[in-house]
Design a protein around this ligand. Sequence first.
Ligand code: SF4
Length: 385
Amino acid sequence: MPADAVGATRVASVYVHAPFCVRRCFYCDFAVQVRRTGDADEWLRALKGELHVVRSEGLFELAHGLDSLYVGGGTPSVLGAQAMRGLAEVIGAGHLRSPELEWTAEANPESLTPEVARRWRAAGVNRLSIGVQSFHEGALRWMGRMHGPDGAVRATRTAREAGYDNLSVDLIFGLPAHLGRSWRDDLERALGLDVAHLSLYGLGVEPATPLGRSVAEGREPPVDEDAYREEFLLAAEMLVAAGYRHYEVSNFARPGAASRHNAVYWSGEPYLGLGNGAHSYAHPLRRWNHREWNAYRDATTAGLSPEEGREMLDADAIRLERLWLALRTDRGLPMRDWHDAPLRLVEGWKTRGLAVVADGLVRLTARGWLLLDRLAVELDATLSA
Ligand code: SF4
């Protein structure tokens, strides 16, 4: 049901932000609170306050059995072994009973201890997303990561021993050449982990980060666009050859292991985001919470809404967003009732190796995904002309 209509929108997917990190990585501009240890009690109190506000607002209503719960960060694993059981109590065990529930939690190798892994599994977490980023010591140090080159192997072993068979690993590409990191080596070592899912992130230079300031002052080079493109294409080639499906711009999965939670973002279904900086969506409303942890916590623990802003998407924004989301995944975009101009545009993409057309759908290739934003805007302009 639309958020401007009477009644609440039922959501079956919930994102929960865990804001704490032991230190801030060189390139990171996420909503992060640097602390020596995470404070699970403070986090859970704030979330409980927010859920109370959400329930009293009547805009969102949690489905009886959630389909997906995703705990991201930040570094959720610094919250410790009891944090996920506490989260289950805050959300309500009744919402987490579905046997189909995909409950993902992010973890960094250095804080994914056997006890954390075991107790999270016992609480109901059944998918772990491990922040590996690289296996190269110099690159890990440059990024400010807390683990060393062996961290990924240790973390995946710890996770498997605790009973997880659905593991995802994050890797970062587009790092500066002066680090001497071999992307091919990192991909080979990641393949050696034999995980169900891989997510790739290209290094971005955000002005407000230490990396952004270093680039602005000439102490670090800007991202090398050619190397970025080549590394992305190399990853696509190697991972697909190894049996992964490149099912979304940044994501690769073994059969049946695509992230169900992320699919909700790409399909335009509603979702609820809890925690600082979290976004929620109930067509056509998008809203977001205070990004800064203290402001968020102070609001929710005082029984106030942590909402920082909202927008109602208009018809043009919805059309462009739907098109962009459909082009992000390998499900593709239906070409129903298209007139000549968009068909000619897509034909041009095909000729340049940016797209394939089959079964009445246009799907971008890895080369096309490198140009996703531009292609979506071009197509939208052509379709609405
Ligand atoms: S661990 Fe992740 S969220 Fe935390 S500072 Fe590093 S990149 Fe940011």
